[in-house]
Design a binder for this molecule. Sequence first.
Ligand SMILES: Cc1cc2nc3c(=O)[nH]c(=O)nc-3n(C[C@H](O)[C@H](O)[C@H](O)COP(=O)(O)O)c2cc1C
Length: 260
Amino acid sequence: MNIAVLSGSPRRKDSYSVIKRIEEKMNATGDVAFEYLKINEYNVKECLGCLQCIIKSEKLCPLKDDVSAILDKLKKADGLIFASPVYAISITGTMKKLVDRLSYVFHRPELILKPALTVVTTYGGGVRPTQKYLKMMATGWGCNYKGDLSVASPRYFDNSEYYSKKYKREIDSKINTLANRFYQSVVEKNRPVPSLYELYLFQGFKGKSYASKADYDFWKERNWLESDYYYEVKLNPLKKLFANTLEWLIKKAFERYYKS
Ligand SMILES: Cc1cc2nc3c(=O)[nH]c(=O)nc-3n(C[C@H](O)[C@H](O)[C@H](O)COP(=O)(O)O)c2cc1C
């Protein structure tokens, strides 16, 4: 199996070392090839804000660089790891620059059911917003989100007496658990029942199709306008009620917005 690692770090240090451990663990289970896509080693130009990709088609983007080649690599991989250190309480600018350029993928998701992990490294703070953003990104692009590994780098990597060994043991145990879960989800290619959060994002992005013909055509072609999720799945009555109510509310909000 091929795993693509999309990394927002400008260096091969903390997040790289954490992912290497996941790679080692997965390779102990089966034959796994990791490809590290270090965004800063690619030509990724800053979005010009013309909105053509969102409104009409990504083919109309005036920028010529490596963005579509990076997306192709993500599409071809069997599983994905999205990794970023915390910079100023968020993902790095390097990563955000790429995500901005791929904004249209939130409207027209292309990574359906691709198992994905997120990895966040930090000196100590900012984990929650960074992890939340990466989870939203993976889910919004259609991935099958399998969990997050957030690591306070000094506490994990420094062997000084200053840090308790318990933290390191806990992270090592989480690496084992997540590596196994990730490996199995790639092998089994299962179609999990979406969480409330996943249903919420699905209905939210479906709402975009009420305002854009490009999105409408894309969603219609895939029969997603009539469905509860990107693939056929049986929702329990509570989730069904949640999804239907949300869909109704979003539709009404769009109608009101465009009629007023
Ligand atoms: C410009 C910059 C901003 C940072 N901002 C934060 C921050 O807001 N909070 C924090 O806890 N750590 C912050 N850090 C520390 C990194 O998140 C931390 O060193 C991380 O382990 C680096 O991972 P990497 O080696 O994979 O790049 C920052 C580091 C840099 C270089």
